[in-house]
Design a protein around this ligand. Structure first.
Ligand code: 5AD
Ligand code: SF4
Length: 482
C-alpha cells in the first residue's frame, strides 16, 4: 500500500477495525511517513527516548511503547535530544507532577533546534483533567497526549499527528478492553514483568490510582500462561507478575480463578526459574497463597506487603480493611510458613489526623516486623481522593520530624536484617556489570538483596552460586563459586 500520499482520514478508511491488526497497519503507515522525513533530513536514523516515572506497571507499559516505536523504525537513545521523546508519567504523589512540568521547558528548547522532534506524554498524570487542560494551554508544543487505557494506540495517534500537524489528545475514562499481542521490547533479555491485571478497586482514601487506572480487569490465565511460555522460550528465566493488588486477581473473570491457582499454573512452566509478584494487599492475602508460595521452588522468598500505617484508627480512615493486629498476625503466619522470607513494605507518614500516638503505632510495627526495607512516603494530598477533603491535615514540620525518625529506624533495622545470609552460599541471578568496580558483576538473591562479585559479563542472565563474604548493610560483597 502506498502510505506516503495517504491522509490520516484515508488511512482510517483502509485500516482494519479489529485489534491488534489495526495498530500494525498504523505502524506501517508511520514507518513510511517517518522514513520520508528521515530521508529529507539526511539523518541515518530517527531516535526515541522514553522517560519512565513511577511503578513497575509503568515500566512494563514503557516496554510495550518501546516495541511500537521500534516497529515504526525509531532507534533508542539515552539522550532526550531525540526525534521522539515520550514521558510515561506517574501521579501518585504531587512532586512527580512538578518534575514533569519542570522538564517540559527543557524539551521545548530541544524542539526549537529539531523541527522533526515530537514530544508525547502518557501515563497516570494524563488521566487528570486539570493536567491535560494545563498542557493544552501552557505547553502547546506537546504533540501527543494519551492515557493509561489506550497505550496500545500509540501508532494510530502518531499517524494522526504526522498528517494533521497539530496536538493530538486521546484520553479514555476507562476500558474493559485488554489488547494482546502487540510488539514489546524488554529492557532485560532474561527477566520480564508480566501484567496479570490492570486497575484497582480498593479506593484507599489517599490514593489516586483507582481514578487514573480504572476498575480491576484481570487477564485470562490462558493468555498469561501463553505469554510466559513464549518469554521462557525466548530466554527469560525470571518473571514478575504485575498488578496493583495481585491478591484479588481473577475474581471478576467469567470463570473465577484465584491468584494462588494462577501461581501454581505459572510454577509449572518449563524453563522458568524465578517468579516474583507485586503488589499484595494485606487484606486479600490468603492462606492458600501462603501455601502455594511455600510449596513452590520458583516463587522467590520475598513479599512486598504495604503497611501504610501501624495505627488501626488511621488504617480505618485510609480504608485499608485491616487492623494493626491483623497485619502482625499475617506476618507471623507468613514467617511461620517461610522463615527465610524477606518482607518489604510501603509506609505513609502524615496522613490527615495522624497523631503522635498513631505515628508511634507505626514505629511499633516497624520494630516488631523488622522489614528488610521500607519505602517511606510523606503523605501527598491528591485532589479528588476522599483524604484530600479530610480535616486536620498535618503541618509540614511535624511530618518532616516523624519522617526522619521513621527513616532512621527503618535504615537501622534494614542494615541489621539484610545481612542475615552472610557467610552462606546462595543462588544469584546475574543482572549486570557493576559500573563502580573493575570486573564486578551485580546479581540478585531470591530474596531480592543485591550482591556484587567478580565475574565475566558472559554470566549475565544466568543463575550462579555466590558465597556471601560480607554484608554491607543493604547489599553483599561475594565470591563466585563453581
Ligand atoms: N501520598 C503518599 N504516598 C502515597 N502512596 C499512594 N498514594 C499516596 C499519597 N497520596 C504510596 C503508598 C503506595 C505507594 C505505591 O505509594 O504507600 O503503596
Ligand atoms: Fe492505591 Fe490502595 Fe489500590 Fe494500592 S490498593 S493502588 S494504595 S487504592
Amino acid at each position: 500500500m502506498n502510505y506516503i500520499n495517504m491522509t490520516y482520514d484515508e488511512a482510517c478508511h483502509y485500516a482494519p477495525t479489529e485489534e491488534p491488526a489495526r495498530q500494525y497497519f498504523f505502524m506501517e503507515y508511520c514507518k513510511a511517513l517517518i522514513g520520508k522525513q528521515k530521508e529529507m533530513s539526511g539523518k541515518d536514523s530517527f531516535t526515541f527516548h522514553i522517560a519512565t516515572f513511577g511503578c513497575q506497571m509503568n515500566s512494563r507499559d514503557s516496554e510495550k511503547l518501546q516495541g511500537i516505536l521500534e516497529a515504526i523504525g525509531f532507534v533508542e537513545t539515552d539522550s532526550e535530544e531525540a526525534d521522539f521523546v515520550l514521558y510515561n508519567t506517574c501521579t501518585v504523589r504531587e512532586n512527580a507532577n512538578q518534575r514533569v512540568y519542570g522538564r517540559l521547558g527543557f524539551l521545548n528548547s530541544l524542539k526549537k533546534k529539531n523541527p522533526n522532534m515530537m514530544i508525547s506524554l502518557c501515563g497516570c498524570m494524563m488521566q487528570e483533567e486539570e493536567v491535560v487542560a494545563k498542557i493544552r494551554k501552557s505547553y502547546r508544543f506537546v504533540d501527543i497526549i494519551f492515557g493509561t487505557h489506550n497505550i496500545f494506540k500509540l501508532a494510530e495517534l502518531m499517524a494522526e499527528r504526522l498528517d494533521k500537524k497539530k496536538m493530538v489528545v486521546d484520553i479514555w475514562n476507562g476500558t474493559d478492553r485488554i489488547v494482546e499481542d502487540l510488539p514489546t521490547d524488554r529492557k532485560y533479555s532474561f527477566k520480564s514483568g508480566v501484567n496479570i491485571m490492570f486497575g484497582c478497586n480498593n479506593f484507599c482514601s489517599y490514593c489516586i490510582v483507582p481514578y487514573v487506572r480504572g476498575r480491576e480487569r484481570s487477564r485470562s490465565p490462558k493468555d498469561i500462561v501463553e505469554e510466559i511460555k513464549k518469554l521462557s522460550q525466548d530466554g527469560v528465566i525470571e518473571i514478575m507478575l504485575l498488578g496493583q493488588n495481585v491478591n484479588s486477581y481473577g475474581k471478576n473473570l467469567d470463570e473465577p480463578v484465584s491468584f494462588a491457582d494462577l501461581l501454581t499454573q505459572v510454577d509449572q512452566i518449563e524453563g522458568l526459574e524465578r517468579i516474583r509478584f507485586m503488589t499484595s494487599h494485606p487484606k486479600d492475602l490468603s492462606d492458600e497463597l501462603i501455601e502455594a508460595m511455600k510449596n513452590s521452588k520458583k516463587v522467590c522468598r520475598h513479599l512486598h506487603l504495604p503497611l501504610q500505617s501501624g495505627s488501626s484508627r488511621i488504617l480505618k480512615a485510609m480504608n485499608r480493611s485491616y487492623t494493626k493486629e491483623q497485619y502482625l498476625e499475617l506476618v507471623e503466619k507468613i514467617r511461620t510458613a517461610m522463615p527465610d522470607i524477606s518482607l518489604t513494605t510501603d509506609i505513609i507518614v502524615g496522613f490527615p489526623g495522624e497523631t503522635e500516638e498513631d505515628f508511634l503505632e507505626t514505629m511499633d510495627v516497624v520494630k516488631k516486623v523488622r522489614f528488610d526495607s521500607a519505602f517511606t512516603f510523606i503523605y501527598s494530598k491528591r485532589t479528588g481522593t476522599p483524604a484530600a477533603k479530610m480535616e486536620s491535615q498535618i503541618p509540614e514540620e511535624v511530618i518532616k520530624d516523624r519522617f526522619d525518625r521513621l527513616l532512621t529506624e527503618v535504615q537501622k533495622i534494614s542494615s541489621e536484617v539484610c545481612g542475615r545470609d552472610e557467610h552462606t552460599e546462595q543462588k544469584v541471578l546475574v543482572e549486570e556489570v557493576n559500573d563502580h568496580g573493575e570486573g564486578l558483576l551485580t546479581g540478585r538473591l531470591s530474596n531480592n538483596t543485591t550482591v556484587h562479585f567478580k565475574g565475566d559479563p558472559s554470566l549475565i542472565g544466568k543463575i550462579v552460586n555466590v558465597y556471601l563474604e560480607e554484608s554491607k548493610g543493604f547489599y553483599y560483597m561475594g565470591t563466585l563459586r563453581p
